[in-house]
Each structure stands twice: as C-alpha cells, then as structure tokens.
Ligand binder design. Structure first.
Ligand SMILES: *Cc1c(COP(=O)(O)O)cnc(C)c1O
Length: 391
C-alpha cells in the first residue's frame, strides 16, 4: 500500500527545536566508550518516595471504591488537606471546594491553563530561561509567547518595566516560577506585590509555579504568591508533590487561588482527562498532612550536597551563586565558552553531564545548569574532575 505523507500540525511543527539532542548523542557515545558518567542533567529526585506514602497507596489501591473514575476536581478530603496545609504553611485561607483543584502533576495544569484563557494571537508572558512547558502551552493554545529575560543585573527576576506597553496590552496571561527552575532564585513578597499591581493594570492572569516551594535551605521558607494582597483576584498557584515528596512518577499536583481561573482550567480538564487515581490522592493526603516530617531530611540532604558542590565550583573560579532553594545550580560559562560549548567540554573532558542554559530559552545562553540529585561523594568528584580537566 502506498499510503500518504503523514503531516504534523503546524502547532507541533513550529515547536522550538530540541536543544539537548546533541548532548544526548555525546552522552551515549561516552557511555559506549565506557566513561563513568556523572549525570547532573536530570531534575528528578534520586531518593525513593517515603515509606508512609507508599504504605497508604498499597492500602488504598486494594480498596474497590478507589477503582472507579475519580471526581474531576479531586477528592474533597485531598482538597481539604491542601487548604489546611496552605493555612498552616502560608497563612492563606482557601475554600477547598472552589479554590483548590487536583492535577495529574502540575505540568498537566500548566500546559492546559492557556487553553482556557488564551485565544489565537493573544500574548503569554513567560520567563526566559524557564520551564519549557510555559511557552509550549501558550503555543498549543495559539498564543504568542513573549519572553521576559531573567538577567543577573535584575537578580534573575523578570523586569516588569521592560515589558513594552503594546505587549502588556495584548497579554492575557503571565507565567512565573519561584523558587525558579533553572536559576533557583526565590522571589520576595515585594516582587509579588509589583506583579499584582501590573496584572491589575493590564488585566493579566498570573499563573505562578511554586513546584519547589518546599525545597529550601538555611531555614528560609519561600513565600507563596497568594500571601500578597490582591493575588487571589488575579491569579493561581501551581504546586506539585513530585519534588517535595520524591513522587515524580506518581503524577499528582494541584492548583489553588482564583476560583474563576480554576473553573476555566477545570472545564478544559473535564473534557480531556478524568482526574487522579483516587488511591494516589489518598497517598497524597498522607504526604501533605505530614508537614515537615517527611521533608526536613530531604532539605538537609540537598543542602549538604549544595554545600559541597557550590563552594567547590567557586574555588575553581566559576561564577556561581549559592542557591537559596530548589535543587539547581546555575553557573556562568567561563570566558570563551557558550552554554553548549561548556556543556560539551565538561562531558568530553570530565564525563559530567550538565544542561546548557540556552535549552531553557534564549536568555539562558551563557549559563549551564547542574542538579543536586546526586550523592555528595559524587559531587566532590565533580569538583575534582573539573579541576583536572581545566577550562
Ligand atoms: C518539576 C517541575 C514541575 C513539576 O512537574 P510535575 O508535573 O508536578 O511532576 C513543575 N514546574 C517546574 C518548573 C518543574 O521543574
């Protein structure tokens, strides 16, 4: 049979190119050569999910009442656990029924929310460098991403004053992310205050991604966007159990905040998916109710790793700041190297896999990202290997 040419739709044909392909190929070649690779490229916790969460899943999975389709918006006890946690952790009051929505991982909600609010030609403001789902979700809805560069001179926060008036006027939605992937920078409440004022002035929906809110160091807890006055009038916040409880594979997260925005997202979702497996939600309740019991150890572990890697890199003369949160280290490529060239150098000469900053958007050029999801001993070796390889 001859068949016919199978053509992709423009919305996927026009996606930004996959910048990691060349690195992947180099990595495969190095592995084939027998190089002992240290992989600092992945943003996925290396430790298992805590036992109490697994035990709750086992029980819940055996219960036939959990074998049906779940409710679209999430079990009320799950949403109530989220609302209670928000009160304890951030001092923010939420109505579990209308101001909390369960998600099949926060990526799902982030990718879908533009479908509810963005019409073709509308602008979506996205941080650059940033989580690739922000611009791609906008593109899938027919929107046009406008990049807000995260520059060192602005403390790696978006400069709202630099957004042209015409752009702000046409913008329907803004994505923000603190603690940030890939820079690890934490936005303060003063920044969130400016965001609310900007959003009110230009009537822009704010979608704040707080996936790393519980991965923080030195006892300094990042604030929620919803802590500032007016935030609930303009926006929602995304959370994930993935990073906080080593549950990336489980697919559970949630969005909270403005009920009209959540209703729009919920409407999209009820037409596309059928909610989170109830047994996973029950396990999620155990996780959320545990507060800091399950997460204190994790923070301590990442902090120890950070305190090995970052001072080590500094001693080698690399320009890098101590991350206050998240598990990423954002490093300026040394003089004479682009992001890609430095990544290639570290892989070829030291067997270390990192991510080139430009993979997160044009403004990430000149940086590379390392992750702290590797044991301390290996991070010590990273520093030794780079020292030996030079740059
Ligand atoms: C890991 C990550 C998420 C979480 O994704 P899930 O779908 O909840 O696993 C969200 N945002 C950012 C920036 C991330 O790095």
């Amino acid at each position: 049979m001859a068949g016919f040419p199978i053509e992709f739709a423009n919305r996927i044909k026009t996606l930004p190119p996959y910048l990691f392909a060349a690195i992947d190929e180099m990595k495969q070649k190095a592995i084939a050569r027998g190089v002992d690779i240290i992989n600092l490229g992945i943003g996925d916790p290396d430790l298992p999910t805590p036992t109490p969460i697994i035990e709750r899943l086992k029980q819940a999975a055996a219960d036939p009442k959990n074998h049906q389709y779940p409710s679209y918006e999430g079990l009320l006890p799950f949403r109530q656990a989220v609302a209670n946690w928000y009160q304890r952790r951030f001092g923010v009051t939420l109505d579990a029924r209308s101001e909390v929505l369960g998600l099949i991982g926060s990526k799902e909600g982030i990718g879908h929310v533009p479908l509810a609010f963005v019409d073709p030609g509308d602008i979506v403001l996205v941080p650059s460098p940033g989580y690739p789902v922000f611009p791609v979700g906008a593109i899938f809805a027919g929107g046009i991403p406008h990049l807000m560069p995260l520059l060192k001179q602005n403390g790696f926060l978006p400069d709202l004053n630099a957004i042209p008036k015409e752009v702000a006027k046409r913008a329907k939605l803004m994505f923000l992310n603190s603690p940030n992937n890939p820079t690890s920078v934490v936005a303060g409440k003063d920044f969130f205050d400016r965001v609310v004022a900007f959003a009110l002035e230009h009537q822009i929906i704010v979608c704040h991604d707080a996936a790393y809110s519980e991965i923080y160091y030195d006892g300094r807890r990042p604030p929620s966007f919803l802590e500032v006055g007016g935030a609930k009038e303009v926006g929602i916040e995304f959370h994930s159990l993935s990073k906080t409880f080593n549950m990336t594979g489980w697919r559970i997260g949630f969005a909270v905040g403005n009920k009209q925005i959540l209703a729009g997202l919920g409407k999209v979702k009820s037409n596309l998916d059928s909610g989170i497996f109830q047994a996973v939600q029950e396990a999620g309740i155990t996780a959320i109710q545990s507060d800091d019991q399950l997460t204190d150890g994790l923070r301590k572990l990442y902090q120890e790793r950070r305190d090995v890697l970052v001072p080590g890199l500094k001693r080698l003369g690399l320009a890098v700041d101590m991350p206050p949160a998240a598990f990423y280290v954002w490093i300026a490529a040394p003089k004479g190297y682009t992001s890609t060239a430095f990544t290639a150098h570290l892989l070829e000469k030291a067997g270390i896999v990192t991510t080139p900053g430009n993979g997160f958007g044009a403004a990430g050029e000149g940086y590379i990202r390392m992750t702290l999801t590797t044991p301390k001993e290996r991070l010590t070796e990273v520093v030794e290997r780079i020292k030996k390889a030079g740059f």
